[in-house]
Design a protein around this ligand. Structure first.
Ligand SMILES: Nc1nc2c(ncn2[C@@H]2O[C@H](COP(=O)(O)OP(=O)(O)OP(=O)(O)O)[C@@H](O)[C@H]2O)c(=O)[nH]1
Ligand SMILES: [Mg+2]
Length: 216
């Protein structure tokens, strides 16, 4: 018999949401627009953030990134090497960032020095959905190389995000995936109310539309 223990899980989520509100309040107090990029492993989150940041910097937006990973500094280094100010945030064991980890990263950042904070979450289409970080936007990124069933298999993250992106359109044919299937699943899931954005970080197609959707 499965016995639900009162408390625990709900307490963790409630505490996360409380801290997320504090993150939101602090970033807003400094005029910062923030985005949480969730999505599958290898979907192109780091590549997309680097490209978006490059275009934002060209418009004069002062931007930094938080690199969320279980261990290591790979994405942090890629951000820095691209000329983007970055802050590394390792979860240790957890498969998602939480509001408290982001709070610690924010305490390292001079919030007056930036207009935008782009957060890369840990590659995972399940756990990050339950943990808002206090950003203005929650984005989910998948790519054509993961097959055409991502939306059907992962309702929660698509329903918990404000913007959904299908990346690697340039190799959809090569991997035998019909993007229309994924876009149709998303339309069905969201009752036809929302369109999924398509892009290719490799060719640059679709990136400006995403930047516009994020309100920059
Ligand atoms: N062909 C093609 N490759 C891409 C595109 N975007 C990213 N890639 C490649 O896909 C691989 C994974 O990209 P990343 O940006 O590291 O993906 P990620 O989502 O940050 O991965 P994790 O942080 O490990 O979850 C890299 O080799 C990228 O160069 C794209 O639009 N087209
Ligand atoms: Mg990455």
């Amino acid at each position: 018999m499965h016995i639900v223990q009162p408390g625990s899980e709900f307490d963790v989520l409630r505490e996360n949401n409380k801290i997320a509100h504090e993150n939101y309040r602090d970033m807003k107090a400094h005029g910062i627009r923030s985005v949480d990029f969730m999505g599958s492993i290898g979907a192109g989150k780091t590549a997309l953030i680097i490209e978006i940041a490059k275009r934002l910097r060209a418009k004069g937006v002062r931007v930094c990134a938080i690199a969320g990973d279980v261990t290591g500094v790979d994405d942090y280094r890629r951000f820095e090497e691209s000329g983007l100010d970055a802050f590394n945030c390792n979860t240790g064991h957890e498969c998602h960032l939480d509001a408290n980890l982001v709070r610690k990263s924010l305490s390292e950042i001079d919030l007056d020095a930036y207009d935008a904070v782009l957060v890369e979450n840990v590659g995972n289409l399940v756990c990050p959905a339950d943990f808002p970080l206090g950003t203005d936007y929650r984005v989910v990124v998948v790519s054509t190389t993961e097959g055409d069933d991502m939306v059907r298999k992962h309702h929660d993250i698509f329903l918990h995000s404000d913007i959904a992106i299908l990346n690697k359109m340039d190799i959809a044919d090569a991997v035998g995936v019909d993007p229309e299937v994924i876009l149709g699943d998303y339309r069905k899931l969201t009752g036809g109310l929302k369109e999924m954005y398509t892009c290719s970080v490799r060719t640059g197609d679709g990136i400006d539309k995403i930047i516009e959707a994020l309100g920059f």
